[in-house]
Structures are given as structure tokens and as C-alpha cells.
Design a protein around this ligand. Sequence first.
Ligand code: ADP
Ligand code: MG
Length: 323
Amino acid sequence: DLLANKIAAGEVVERPASVVKELLENSLDAGATEILIELQQAGLEMIRVADNGSGIDSSDVPLAFERHATSKILDDKDLFRIQTLGFRGEALPSIAAVSRLQIKTRTSTEQAGTCLHVEAGRITDSTVSAAKQGTEISVQDLFFNTPARLKYLKSMQTELGHVVDFVEKMALARPEVAFRLYHNDRLLLQTPGDGVILHAAAAVYGRELVKQMASVAWENYDYRITGLAGFPELNRANRNHCTFFVNGRYIKSYLLFQAVVNAYHTLLPINRYPVCILHIQLDPSLVDVNVHPTKLEVRFSEEKDLSISVQQAIRSALEQHSL
Ligand code: ADP
Ligand code: MG
């Protein structure tokens, strides 16, 4: 139903960064180890994401553009239990409803791939294509048929900033995946995809900065906490440089941020800010998604316990590291 898709698009697709998010998450769900992201004009003119993942079987390609046809889970509570990032079968139909989209895809078992054009939610063309294994989705003229939505967008610089922030977080979340991000044919970010978080962080923050950080590797019965922590001299804006992933999912957490700040408290020189990337693995039953699954806030059932664990993890990393 085209109208329903357009309405859903209002929730899922707010700005170019939301499109990048959904496409990237699909690529990761498809097991991609290499993902290329290209934007023109901050994504307003074009967003292209190409991956070497599983591809979509030709008979399933049209289904991917039907709402809820592919829903991966039944209940939001399962969010931290499931292994996939997508779960509602809503993203592709929503994006396609507000753009001109082209998909080229091929699975490993197919001889020929599929190429499909969708314009404002309607399939306009479907052909056989000689695509390589994986999926390439191009989204052109985002919001061309929803002018009201266009008006809400901020400057190109701001919109591009949101995309870059998001891709950086993904690159830190998945060091085993090689990411490349281009804007107007200029390379903005490239990670090696060798699984080493230090290398992914070096690509995001710069080699010099990362050299001054300590590795975090701590665990007890409930939590496994890994990553990098330090208080290097920042030459970038000093906001938000603590990034948290829970079971591979990027989250925002004031609780965790406070824990980090507490751990640094006595160690932190004046005018330095904590910089950290923490991956926290825990039993999914210890974390609950707050209200809306697309929101990044979560609720931990053992807050105090987790907070203490994070402090211990950071402290022991910093103590072992001569800064
Ligand atoms: P979901 O919530 O299932 O991720 P989406 O609308 O994002 O819903 O995607 C619809 C379906 O299309 C997915 O479930 C998946 O089967 C398929 N798909 C989308 N993108 C890709 C991709 N890059 N590689 C392989 N399959 C994909
Ligand atoms: Mg998805």
C-alpha cells in the first residue's frame, strides 16, 4: 500500500543519515565484509551502498519492497536477543516510497542477478543484471515527492555530519568489516576490516590520538567489556567521544558515560576529556529496549552492577597503561 509506505517513511526516513543507517544495517545483516558508501550532495542527490553480502534471490527482490513482508522478529523485547539489526521489514519500502531507488543484487547460487527500479514506491522496471555477488542500492532524489520533508533538512554540512557520525560508529562497532565512505568522490573514511578495533579507531580518530589510548579487556560472570580508553589531547571538538556498543548495537547511555567519568575522575588532567570506545557483551535478559526500538536508549536491569564493572574495566586499563 503506497500511502502506508509513505506514512511509515515519515518515521523511518528522517534525513539522509537514516537512509545510510538502514542500508548499512541491511548490509551487515547480509554478512557483508566490505561495504562501500558513496554520497553526492550530502546524500540528497544520491546515496549508494554496495556490499559483498549474501545478495537477495531474484524471486525475493520485489518482496523486500513490501512492508512487513520480511519481518525478522515478533516482539521488540527480542531486539537484543536476535543477531540481526533489522527486524521490522519496513526500511526498504519506506526509503523507496520517498525516492528513486535502484537495486542490483545477486546471490552466490544464481547465474544472473536482478536489477529493479522503484520510483516513489512503484516498481517501474525489472531486468536481469550481470551484478557481482552482493547488493548495491542507489537512492536518488531523496524526498523528491515529499517537499514538506525536504524543508526540515538542515544545511548540507549538518546532514553530511550526521552521516559521517553514523558511519564512524558502525566502523567502530564492526572492526571486522571494511568500510569506505566517499562524499562527492572524496574519500572521507576507510577502515581495514581486519577485526582489530585499534585499527578501526585509528581510521576514525587518527593514528596519533589512538596511540595514546589503552586497551580495555575486562570480564566477570555477567559482563565482558573490551575496547579502548584514554584521555588524549583532542584536536577535534571535544564533545561526545565516548561510544558504547551493547551486544554489537550502538547505544546512548548517560549511566555508562557517568561510569566512565567516575573512573577517570582522579586520573584526568585538567582540560582533557575521556575518549573511549567500549563494547559490552552481556546476557540479553539484562538489557531492555526503552519504548521505541529505533531509539538508542536502553534500560539495564542491574544498573549499579554494570556501572561498577565499567569503572573497574576503565581503571584497570588506565593503570596498566603508562599515559
Ligand atoms: P528488515 O527489517 O528485514 O531489515 P528491510 O526493509 O530493511 O527490512 O529489508 C528487507 C529485506 O530485504 C531484508 O529482510 C533482507 O532480506 C533483504 N535485504 C535488504 N538489504 C539487503 C542487503 N544489502 N543484502 C541482502 N539482503 C538484503
Ligand atoms: Mg533493515
